[in-house]
Design a protein around this ligand. Structure first.
Ligand SMILES: [Zn+2]
Length: 66
């Protein structure tokens, strides 16, 4: 099997990369779950912000029409 040394995207630890690992390119399943959780919470935060900013922009354009 071809061996490849990569840095874990979560903790930056150098480790052997195997495509057979379900949590690759993370060094461990733990790091994979941590990154997945961080991504999920970030996604929710960005969605909430974009919805409120769109509503504000529409409100401002309505006011400028009158
Ligand atoms: Zn890691």
């Amino acid at each position: 099997m071809k061996k490849l040394i990569v840095n874990c995207p979560n903790c930056s630890k150098q480790h052997d990369y195997y495509q057979s690992k379900p949590w690759s390119p993370f060094c461990s399943q733990r790091c994979h779950l941590i990154d997945l959780g961080a991504w999920a919470s970030e996604e929710h935060r960005i969605k909430g912000q974009s919805i409120s900013s769109v509503e504000e922009a529409q409100e401002n354009s309505e006011h400028s029409l009158y």
